[in-house]
Design a protein around this ligand. Sequence first.
Ligand SMILES: Cc1cc2nc3c(=O)[nH]c(=O)nc-3n(C[C@H](O)[C@H](O)[C@H](O)COP(=O)(O)OP(=O)(O)OC[C@H]3O[C@@H](n4cnc5c(N)ncnc54)[C@H](O)[C@@H]3O)c2cc1C
Length: 592
Amino acid sequence: MSSNSGLILRGGEFLLRATAPDDIFTPEQRTDEHRMIGDTVRDFVTNEVLPVLDRLESKDWALSRELVKRGAALGIMGADVAEEYGGLALDKVSSVVISEQISKSASFAATFGAHANLVILPLSLFGTDAQKRQYLPRLLSGELIGGYCLTEPGSGSDALGAKTRATKQADGSYLLSGEKMWITNGGFADVFIVFAKVDGEQFTAFIVERAFGGLTSGNEEHKMGLHGSSTTPILLQDVRVPPENVLGEVGKGHKVAFNVLNFARYKLGAMCSGGAQGAIGESAKYAAQRKQFGQPIASFGAIKHKLGEMVVRAFAVESLIYRTAGMIDTRVSATPHEAADQSVVLQAVEEYAVEASIAKVAGSEMMNFVLDENIQVHGGNGYVRDYPAEREFRDSRVNRIFEGTNEINRLLIPGMLARRAVKGDIGLIAAAEALQDELLGPAALPSGDDAPLADERRAVESFKKASLMVLGLAMQTYREKLGEQQEVLLHLADMIIDTYAAESALLRASAAAAAARSGASLQADATRVFVNDAAMRIEASAKQALAAMLDGDTLRTMVAALKRLFRQMPINTAALRRTLADAAVARGAYPF
Ligand SMILES: Cc1cc2nc3c(=O)[nH]c(=O)nc-3n(C[C@H](O)[C@H](O)[C@H](O)COP(=O)(O)OP(=O)(O)OC[C@H]3O[C@@H](n4cnc5c(N)ncnc54)[C@H](O)[C@@H]3O)c2cc1C
């Protein structure tokens, strides 16, 4: 694959093209302003939220409101909002930085996320000038709290199957009736984005104030985690909504809902990334001070393996999240537009919807892994409430469920790629055909590149080829019925997620090596472990997918072609993980 230096990749195009290390954004490129924003949010969470977590967990919603106001005073609610409406209009890397830090208190992160990402953001993206002037200043100051009402008892993943009705009245207003479920901030929010079907058909978003009357909160849910965030049903009984409170257009509610999800997904990935990094610090410190058999448990290979693997996976996710935010920012700044024109940002985020879904799935699963291992490193102390590990583990589980379950996001990843291919947005079909010829023809000589990370570069190229080969075959085999083959799609998603993560880690480590950064060698170690293990996972997923769609000689031929892509020698990951674990223990923190 030729290098792509200087080009801005389309969404999903990473599978077809090679990217130069200089062309991605890495955490090492964060500016002083990014760092300042991160420090401000970290100090806010450490000094003002974490000390009052018990009160939040006892459902002191007046305190939640106060904390939203405090966060608002620091400006963190308006990161995505244009300056003329009181926002800060920050880049998306800043949103990642904010999300990483806010996540250290998961309950408050949920309150913040619903308010800022699910209410302020759609108002800012789809609101009319009058709507923005009416609602944004008071939401940005925390005077009003927002909630987002999409899910219903009968429609979760199938959000467009909503039953809530909006009946148009003679005076142009709408009467909304129905029941919404699992609404974050439901117990105390003042303004809701509510999705309802106009006359039972046209799915539409509305801005609904509690003060309109007829909107009531049900009882607080008894959740596994996030005890410090309010989650209730919202009941709507003939809520009269004026016509000027339609958000976007009648019948176009799906545009609001799906675009909000694209934003929410990479931010959720960033929240998971930040939360996992914090937990790695907890594990590293605990392992250094806890002694068994006369020595710190950090000296045991079993614990080093855990710490090393936690670092490896967190590094890969962090790399792909910054890369994704950087691509959005690059696309926005490459498109001439007025500062207040949100449509450019909207299009840029939509462009990278595949990458946003990857960030959501990879982030939430990496975090669940890290927090599970964090408990294990803490032993019995991980299972009791004296340490944060227990709460963090419970709090994190929901990340695989909301913002589109991980199954739905997995199905979307190859599904969106296939759609883009058919539309001709990206040259995937031609690339897959050329690849089939290449893999079924005589084997090419291995390249003589023996520079650092050359094996990993070759491996990542093979990951892309394997993903393309299986995706191309699946499209050929099932055509318009591909969506019905969920098992194949899930295997494909796993391959594509690992490929994007591996390449993002590799490019970041390569950039660090080229710039002779101090952490470059450790970054290379993490990359080598990730790529080594991803090769095994990708090959296994590819075989499963091939066997699900082919048989007999065709299957044998394709498995033989696949084998040509996975000839890498295994490396000594035990030694590399030890190095990474020792670095985490020495710093008492995530080492990057
Ligand atoms: C703590 C919490 C806070 C929440 N906050 C909000 C909020 O503020 N606003 C809001 O609107 N919603 C909110 N939700 C709802 C959340 O978005 C939904 O729970 C989620 O979308 C999943 O819907 P569901 O629970 O109905 O599960 P279902 O859709 O019933 O899914 C059940 C299982 O079936 C799978 N599944 C479903 N459809 C398919 C399919 N087509 N193919 C394959 N597998 C499928 C799912 O992946 C899942 O594993 C919240 C939920 C929780 C738990």
